[in-house]
Structure formats: structure tokens, C-alpha cells
Design a protein around this ligand. Structure first.
Ligand SMILES: [Zn+2]
Length: 402
């Protein structure tokens, strides 16, 4: 007799997904891709010391075997290529399958996502080329990364990714004109297809964006970092973050915020509470379940209608935490209609693994809700469709062919 989880798994297998966050590179980046290259450009690389080169394959597999990033990337590879559990002995054969597939078609990295992961559409965060859809507008809608605008008060500065404002035509002689120009750039990005703003500032600084006045920020504007003290730089960042919140509200763009992990000392999503309260018209999407602070995300979504709790990356970080988040957010958020998900991957194979992880955690969490009598099977299936694709399509206004 099949269990509720089996029934839900069967239902979920056929559901399309829409990802609200990916980091795919341009087609050229995948030529000659090897298994080692795939590991090193995935989150698995983060778990491996040195992570420039895998000299000792046995040692590498031994090191990462039980890490969730590895588990889901391997499941993705098995799903796409039908390969066995990876061992030092079959490594080269698996690697050759990957290289052959990518070299046979430069768009394989995208093509495999709908084919094996049932991806219908995705939001792309090209932090190295802000606002780009990496040449695939039919599949990717860009999000607009605001880090450099918040962190850089001088054209010679860069954010944690090395992104500067040099590529934008900005008037560095007047702060007022600079702010107008920034808004015009975001307006243009929206007209060209951008569907959200994105902050990854949790990798640059803490998320406690205190109140800041124009005059305080203007003292840092145009100055080199060695010409202004830390407090003035911080005031500039705070002012620019609040300006981004205002632009997001005015242009009706959901504001995606990395919360949790990153610079973990300051990434607790509760740090954002004053900004969330102050900018009631701004939709704050709180990414990654705020991991490890998934309860804090639940509390914020309980209190504030402008908070959308978001599962992006969380099933890859910890399926256990993702199951808990789904339970708690469905119960506490003012509406489950805002809960979205993204794979947050750098390759098609990792995206496929991320979609498998999402469906695994949904089946596990929703089955328990049904078995406990919290709701019935029909509600579980409705929620599964919402979280896999329908919420993302509505929140970001994504039109997808059906
Ligand atoms: Zn990301």
C-alpha cells in the first residue's frame, strides 16, 4: 500500500517548476566542462578546502560524501546522465559523459533544465553583468543586483563580487543627479525585462540598515574609501539601501534579499525588521529561509504582510531545515501565496538536483501535514503547485508558455 508521501512524490514528479533565483553563466563557460569543473563551480566546492583543483579524488569524495550540496548534485547528475554513484574508478567515464553533452550543444546547460528538472522559467542574477539574461530571454528574466550601488560611493570601488559601477554612465559630480540616474537605470532594466531587485549585501556587511539622511550620505559620495571614516561609509550604505527600498516600491519590483549565512555574524533576518517596518509599500522577499534563522522568517512573515518567506537554496543547504520551514511558514505566514523557491545554481545539472531537492522536501512536509490531519490531499497538491511554480509566476508577473 502506498503511503501519503509516495502519493505526493508521484504527484510532484510531473509538476513544472519556476525558479526565482539562478546564477547561470553565458554559454561559453560550459565548453569542455568536466566533472571536476562541475564540482568546483557548485556549492560542493565551498565544502572542499583549497577548492581550486581536486588532486585526490578519493579524498575529495570522502570529504564531501554526506554534505547536502554533494548529495543533491550527485542526484542531479544521476537523473540527467543515468550515471552510478561516483567513485574514483568511474570518475573519468562520468566526466566524459558531461563534457560530450555540453560540447555537442552550447545551450545544453539550459536545455537540460526543462527536460530533466521540468523548469518552465527562471529569474537570473548575473552579478558579474548586472541585469543580464545571459542571452536567453526566452528562459531567463533578470533580477537587478543593487550591491554595487549600496557599497560603492566612488567609481573606483567594487562590491564583494568585484562588481563596480564603472560600466554604468553615472554623474559623479552631483549626488542628486547620481540618484536620479540610478533610478533611471533601474527603470530601463525593468522596461527591458527585469522583474525584481536583488540584494546580496549579506556578503558585504551586516543587514542592520539604520536610519540615514541625505546629508550624511552626501559626505561620502564621490570620495575614495580612504578619505571617509567607517561611520560615514556606513551612513552612505544605509541611505542607499533605503533608497533601493523606495525605488522597489515605486516601480513595483519585489526586493529579493539574501538573509542568513553570508557574513553570518550580521545576516540574521531580524536585522532587516526596521527596514521592513519603515518601507511598508516594499515587498521584501527573504531568501534562503534566513538559514539558520527559519523561525525568524516565520515571525517576520507572521507580522508583516510585505514579507514573502522564500525557500531559494534552502533544500540544498539542509533538506531537514527546508521541511521545517515549509511546515512553519504554511502555518504562520499571513498567506502561503507568497512562498516561492529558487535553485540558486551555477549549472543546469545543479539546478536539476535543486528541483529534485525541492520536490523531496515538499513531499516530506506536505505528507506529514496530511497524515496529521492539518489538511487533506487536495490542499497538499494545491500547495505543491503554488510553491513549485504558481506563486513565482504571480509574484514576479512571469508569463510562461503552457
Ligand atoms: Zn544566489
Amino acid at each position: 500500500m502506498s503511503t501519503t508521501a509516495d502519493q505526493l512524490r508521484e504527484y510532484l514528479v510531473g509538476l513544472p517548476v519556476v525558479s526565482v533565483h539562478e546564477h547561470h553563466r553565458e554559454d561559453d563557460a560550459y565548453r569542455d566542462l568536466t566533472l571536476e569543473g562541475l564540482f568546483l563551480r557548485s556549492y560542493v566546492g565551498w565544502a572542499y578546502p583549497g577548492h581550486q583543483h581536486i588532486a585526490d579524488r578519493e579524498g575529495f569524495l570522502d570529504h564531501v560524501r554526506f554534505n547536502s550540496y554533494f548529495v543533491w548534485l550527485q542526484k542531479g547528475l544521476q537523473h540527467v546522465y543515468g550515471c552510478p554513484t561516483i567513485t574514483p574508478q568511474n570518475w573519468d567515464a562520468v566526466s566524459e559523459q558531461i563534457t560530450t553533452a555540453h560540447n555537442a550543444s552550447p545551450t545544453w546547460h539550459i536545455d537540460l533544465m526543462p527536460r530533466y528538472g521540468l523548469y518552465r522559467r527562471a529569474i537570473q542574477d548575473s552579478f558579474w553583468n548586472v541585469g543580464s539574461d545571459v542571452g536567453h530571454p526566452q528562459f531567463f528574466s533578470p533580477t537587478f543586483r543593487i550591491n554595487a550601488f549600496v557599497m560603492c560611493h566612488h567609481p573606483g570601488m567594487a562590491d564583494h563580487n568585484g562588481t563596480s559601477l564603472a560600466r554604468f554612465d553615472l554623474p559623479w559630480s552631483s549626488f542628486t543627479e547620481f540618484l536620479h540616474a540610478m533610478k533611471a537605470i533601474i527603470q530601463r532594466a525593468r522596461a527591458e525585462g527585469a522583474v525584481a531587485l536583488k540584494s546580496a549585501l549579506a556578503y558585504d556587511r551586516d543587514l542592520a540598515f539604520g536610519p540615514a539622511k541625505y546629508d550624511d550620505a552626501a559626505r561620502a559620495f564621490g570620495k575614495r574609501p580612504d578619505e571617509v571614516d567607517t561611520a560615514t561609509q556606513r551612513a552612505y550604505q544605509n541611505f542607499m539601501f533605503h533608497t533601493c527600498c523606495e525605488i522597489a516600491a515605486e516601480l513595483k519590483l519585489p526586493f529579493q534579499n539574501h538573509t542568513g549565512l553570508g557574513l553570518i555574524g550580521g545576516s540574521n533576518p531580524m536585522n532587516l525588521e526596521p527596514a521592513i517596518r519603515r518601507h511598508a509599500e516594499t515587498t521584501f522577499v527573504l531568501f534562503h529561509g534566513g538559514y539558520p534563522w527559519v523561525h525568524e522568517i516565520a515571525g517576520l512573515a507572521h507580522n508583516y504582510p510585505n514579507v514573502l518567506p522564500d525557500l531559494t537554496w534552502l533544500p540544498l543547504i539542509s533538506p531537514t531545515a527546508a521541511v521545517g520551514a515549509i511546515h512553519e511558514w504554511v502555518e504562520t505566514a499571513q498567506t502561503a501565496r507568497g512562498i516561492c523557491w529558487g535553485g540558486d545554481a551555477f549549472s543546469g545539472e545543479e539546478s536539476v538536483g535543486a528541483a529534485l531537492a525541492l520536490k523531496h522536501v515538499l513531499a516530506t512536509a506536505l505528507a506529514r501535514k496530511v497524515d496529521e490531519g492539518y489538511f487533506g490531499m487536495e490542499d497538499a497538491e494545491t500547495l505543491a503547485r503554488m510553491i513549485c511554480s504558481e506563486n513565482a509566476e504571480r509574484v514576479y508577473g512571469l508569463a510562461s508558455p503552457r
